[in-house]
Write a protein that binds this ligand. Sequence first.
Ligand code: IPE
Ligand code: IPE
Ligand code: MG
Length: 240
Amino acid sequence: MGGDSSSGTNTDAPKRASSRARHVAIIMDGNGRWAKKRALPRAIGHQRGVEAVRRLVRGLEPMELDCLTLYAFSSENWKRSETEVDDLMNLMRKFIKSDLPDFVANDVQLNIIGDWRSLAPDIVEMLEDALEQTANGTRKLAVALNYGGQNEIARAAMKAAEQGSITTQSIADNLDTAGLPPLDLLIRTSGEIRLSNFLLWQAAYAEMLFVDTLWPDFKPEHLERALDDFAQRERRYGGR
Ligand code: IPE
Ligand code: IPE
Ligand code: MG
């Protein structure tokens, strides 16, 4: 192709500082506290959380990510009150209905990670339809639904064993995230500093950022700032 090898775009050097993040994941936490601060029901906090998701997905294009992964419902969130779980499931139904055309129009490819097939049958059906309609999109949006990292690893190990070998590669190949790029940056909002069973395997060498912003207040500018912060970091992967 006659390319100039000294052009400075060295794709073999992803470890250097100032490389751009391709895959960012967010633990969207703090909806309940956002509502509590305003003496509003938790459900309103979750509604505003959905609006923050919509705002972020719409503002994503200039950031040139290959993949954004959002933790929407954990396998432990079933422990919440029946009313809260119902509210969350209904918001999910509403969100898919209202935003699917937007995804299709904006070249978003929906991916779902977690044990989502055991959600309510009507939600599973809506999700299957959404996956099909967005399959040709080039900008990946992965949503973690009924997701638990330990369960994901156990399921992947089981499949790897059925295929005849348990190695780090064969487990990775069977994770729900197998089709997604490697995780670069994991962000958690609301000031909590823990993973809460999110992307345990994938976070092995991801950079982490914990911000105090409550999820409903999170704006595309916050992600832009996080990407700038990421670009300053030096990733070493154990080597020097
Ligand atoms: C995150 O907000 C949304 C979900 C876990 C579904 P929370 O509901 O956990 O909000 P806090 O942590 O109670 O503030
Ligand atoms: C993690 O937040 C799950 C999601 C954001 C979907 P939680 O609020 O459920 O986590 P804990 O209970 O504070 O660890
Ligand atoms: Mg929380």
